[in-house]
Design a protein around this ligand. Sequence first.
Ligand code: ADP
Ligand code: MG
Length: 373
Amino acid sequence: MTSTATTLVEFRGVEKRYAAEGRAAVTRLDLTVERGEFLTLLGPSGSGKTTTLMMLAGFEAPSSGEILLNGRSLADRPPYKRNMGVVFQNYALFPHMSVAENLAFPLGVRGNKGAAAKEKVDAALALVKLDGLGDRRTDALSGGQRQRVALARALIFEPDLVLMDEPLGALDRQLREHLQSEIKRIQRALGLTILYVTHDQSEALTLSDRIAVFADGAVQQIGSPEQIYARPANIFVAGFVGENNMLTGTVLANDGEQCTIILRGGQIVRAIAAGPLALGNDVVVTIRPEHVETGQHPSSCCNAFEAHIEELVYHGDHSRVRAELRGGDTLFIRTSSDEPPAVADRLPIGWCTDRCFAFPAAGIVEASTGDGP
Ligand code: ADP
Ligand code: MG
């Protein structure tokens, strides 16, 4: 991807090896962060997300390649001259100081003291809705309040960019969801650029303007949440973001756009060809549980089958069905809770071609660094 006038950060061919002969923690990283966007690095543990953030913050140096901020190389710039706010999961506040003293600290370091600093501290407290708590010691705060102080401390010196590494990982679900919407609100209100790291796909989908999916130190796909969810670039993304049924089969025909697959049980499936597929190749066919239709509708789907209902789990707003196709493939189906099928039923099911993708079965395909499909 190339930089434009709105580009704030650019990684150019960045690689990081912690040991000279070890495997790369980050490899071939070409990535831009646009001014004002919320970009999330999403990937499993060990995929290189924190390493990427540490290189940008200046706490680690790339082994090769370069990182630009506003078009200028960061190679010789120390962390404190990069003007970035950081919020990490375990980035401790100073426990012996009050909330206000914690917030004034980054201002003092930058020579900003007195009445002007006091005004900024009050504004920062209001921003994270902690008005009146300035005198409280930080060890007398709840976990959620502490994370909000950490957020305020990262924002108080009006940084060009805020880096957040799993900032909500230690909090319970309700608090996490609350702070997610707070972060989003503050980002919009201040027009902040945020580079956010998480391994939680639902957090990434709700917060981000764009998501870069990481695996094995490389970007697998970058795009809007909708692009990543609706058109995963490879089998890794299809399995990691949201849920997908994965059925194995062999290519019978392929016109470049759509292909015909025969599943293990002999069923014929029409799917989008997601990658180069030659006749006779082994493929993995993906279909999301919510895209499997049941009952009378499937007759209108071009992929229509019969499934045997093995198990039904009630979730309140929906039910989750475990079904088996003839030949032994297991399929999970999400249905409304109003008319769930019964266990042991033979149920007509089906899905449309444009919801269903055939990927080459041979592992993770070549990393895509384009703008998504
Ligand atoms: P993530 O944040 O996605 O979990 P990391 O960037 O922390 O991934 O780690 C990527 C890889 O680099 C992992 O294999 C990890 O073990 C390795 N790694 C991370 N930090 C160091 C370090 N300081 N020294 C050596 N290896 C490291
Ligand atoms: Mg990490």
